[in-house]
Design a binder for this molecule. Structure first.
Ligand code: ZN
Length: 322
């Protein structure tokens, strides 16, 4: 097993067991809040359950849910959606292929919903599954008794893909490879709501193993380049454009910081040691605005950047599908 693979699996596991989770000061797991009329944000319990956040969007005759979540998270989100509206859940949008966002797909389709994603999500699943599914040690995944993840039933490859029933326009976007090759966003132009999946998180939740770190801030900028009042991240609390600005800044700074360390001759092992000695954060020279994105996963993230720069290709291509 090479280092890249170890890192990838380590990072994936870390995300699931939420090692990345740091403070939790303002976390409000399992709560639902209305963002604008007919749009709700449900905060997942990442700490205990590894769940992602969900967004519930009410259309004239149906509901759209963002992110399938893990199976247990899917059931919680579906139950809450039922309390909010008697309309059927028609679409469930997978922002990307990771288990905490897409392994609940089969739960939703069994309820009669259509799982929907950018084509890159289905391609990522092909690349990484069934390996990760089989390695996932969670009762809610095992109980589904499936041999692999259920891919999204409907995909689109030109964006934005739009659903507009006269009451609301919902745009599904892909702005490039950041967190994964499939990173999908939802944008509601009238309500100025941007739901981001994990390409933009509010806190130290950036798993980079499948990512393209050099391109990540460009995706963040592209997503942010529109009228936005409300930002609904895949993990962490909702907010406004400060989340977009901070996420972009953190990505640029960790990349530049690692580049600087490499110029000073620092190896992957050096970075690991600096992480353990708690000197890494200072050495990477973050600005105060990046603080919210810095957590226990910092050394691992810095190593991903180091590998991406050394091997001159997106990290997801280094470790992808192995
Ligand atoms: Zn993810």
């Amino acid at each position: 097993m090479n280092r890249g693979r170890l890192l990838l699996l380590g990072g994936f596991a870390a995300l699931i067991v939420s090692v990345f989770f740091t403070s939790g000061i303002t976390a409000q797991p399992n709560t639902v809040q209305q963002i604008v009329p007919g749009v709700w944000f449900r905060e997942g319990d990442i700490k205990k359950e590894g769940h992602c956040n969900n967004v519930i969007i009410e259309m004239k005759d149906y509901l759209i849910i963002m992110d399938a979540n893990f199976p247990s998270g899917a059931r919680l989100a579906a139950a809450d959606a039922k309390k909010l509206s008697s309309k059927p859940i028609k679409y469930v949008f997978d922002s990307h292929h990771h288990g905490d966002h897409a392994y609940g797909n089969a739960v939703w389709t069994e309820m009669g919903a259509t799982t929907l994603a950018y084509a890159g999500v289905a391609q990522e699943m092909k690349r990484y599954e069934p390996k990760r599914w089989l390695e996932t040690n969670r009762p809610d995944v095992k109980e589904l008794n499936r041999t692999t993840a259920e891919p999204p039933k409907q995909t689109f490859d030109t964006t934005p893909f739009v659903l507009d029933d006269g009451t609301r326009r919902v745009e599904f976007h892909f702005f490039g490879w950041a967190h994964t090759r499939g990173d999908g966003f939802i944008y509601l132009p009238k309500e100025q709501v941007l739901a981001t999946g994990d390409a933009i998180a509010n806190g130290a939740f950036n798993f980079m193993g499948d990512g393209h770190v050099a391109n990540w801030p460009k995706v963040v900028d592209a997503a942010g380049n529109r009228q936005i009042k409300h930002v609904l991240p895949g993990h962490g609390r909702p907010g406004s454009t400060e989340i977009i600005v901070g996420q972009g800044k953190f990505m640029r700074e960790i990349y530049a910081g690692v580049k600087g360390l490499m110029k000073a001759g620092k190896s992957v092992d050096d970075i690991q040691k600096m992480g353990m000695a708690k000197t890494l954060e200072a050495a990477l020279k973050f600005s105060p605005q990046s603080k919210n994105w810095i957590g226990d996963g910092l050394a691992e993230q810095a190593i991903v950047v180091h590998e991406e720069i050394t091997q001159k290709k997106p990290h997801g291509e280094i470790s992808g599908g192995k």
